[in-house]
Design a protein around this ligand. Structure first.
Ligand SMILES: O=C(O)CCC(=O)C(=O)O
Ligand SMILES: [Fe+2]
Length: 278
């Protein structure tokens, strides 16, 4: 994405709390992800989890990077990664990767903001950035994500049953919705008879925040060793600001033997002979 386009989108997010990037995903990636989701849903016998947050007619899968390497292309995608890098910073990490396949009959989710568990008073900087990838068209009828424009500036989280207008983020397959983590939104109701809405969310958070989905236990060590450096760092196998997250003074990547993310803690404060500078 060129810098002028990126700046325009960042301005839209600043103003409205979200933006939609059309034609962000290549056709062959769309097809690969659709096929992978269909195969995994069958192999894992995915069923709705049956509550208001996760849905009664929605098939959800979490921790996608550990389920199939096809998903590895998403978090570092050149049309998407610049957004969390700008809205958080380039030491942001992945909070979660979730497939949300909304089926006919689903009711809409409760309004929420994805970083709503953070106790710092609002309005504030975003602690998360959520990107929702459309692998089918998102329509008002089939459960397009619903958004309260401008709500990233509100001074509170949505109260239970709070009534406020929200609009559907309708978009074509291949588009990506980018949300400031403080923007109120929810998955939409699916009022169709047979139109499943396939979305994947890739969520990023500040590098010092606890990740919503645990990456360390959900990824096999061999997968981490095989990951490109940027992806392994996003998963949290490096160190935040050279310090946070260390295991006995080194990065989780070194602990696993993943050479791409091998760091020593406090390295910037060490001299060559290993004696810490004052
Ligand atoms: O499915 C969607 O469109 C959004 C889901 C969502 O916001 C969530 O689960 O946090
Ligand atoms: Fe959400």
């Amino acid at each position: 994405m060129d810098t002028a386009t990126l700046s325009q989108h960042l301005q839209t997010i600043e103003d409205d709390g979200y933006c939609i990037i059309e034609n962000a995903i290549e056709q062959d990636l769309i097809e690969e992800v659709r096929e992978t989701v269909a195969r995994l849903e069958a192999d894992l016998e995915v069923q709705p989890r049956g509550n208001r947050a996760e849905g009664y007619a929605t098939k959800r899968m979490y921790n996608l990077l550990g389920k199939d390497r096809a998903f590895w292309k998403l978090p570092t995608h050149e049309n998407v990664l610049p957004f969390p890098e700008h809205l958080l910073d380039d030491e942001c990490i992945l909070s979660g990767t979730t497939c949300m396949h909304i089926g006919p009959g689903e009711v809409h989710q409760g309004l929420h903001s994805d970083d709503g568990l953070v106790t710092v008073s609002r309005p504030r900087i975003p602690f998360m950035v959520t990107t929702i990838w459309a692998f089918t068209d998102f329509t008002d009828e089939n459960g397009a994500t619903r958004i309260v424009p401008g709500s990233h500036r509100f001074d509170h989280e949505p109260g239970k049953g709070e009534q406020i207008e929200h609009i559907p983020a309708e978009m074509k397959a291949g588009s990506v919705l980018i949300l400031n983590g403080g923007t109120w939104h929810c998955g939409g109701a699916n009022t169709t008879n047979n139109d499943w809405r396939l979305g994947i969310s890739v969520q990023y958070c500040q590098g010092y925040l606890r990740q919503q989905q645990n990456q360390y236990y959900s990824l096999a060590p061999d997968d981490v060793k095989a990951m490109p450096q940027r992806l392994a760092a996003l998963c949290g196998f490096g160190l935040y600001k050279g310090i946070m997250g260390h295991v006995d003074g080194a990065s989780p990547g070194r602990f696993l033997g993943a050479h791409e993310v091998d760091e020593i803690a406090y390295a910037a404060m060490r001299t060559k002979n290993g004696v810490a500078e004052s």
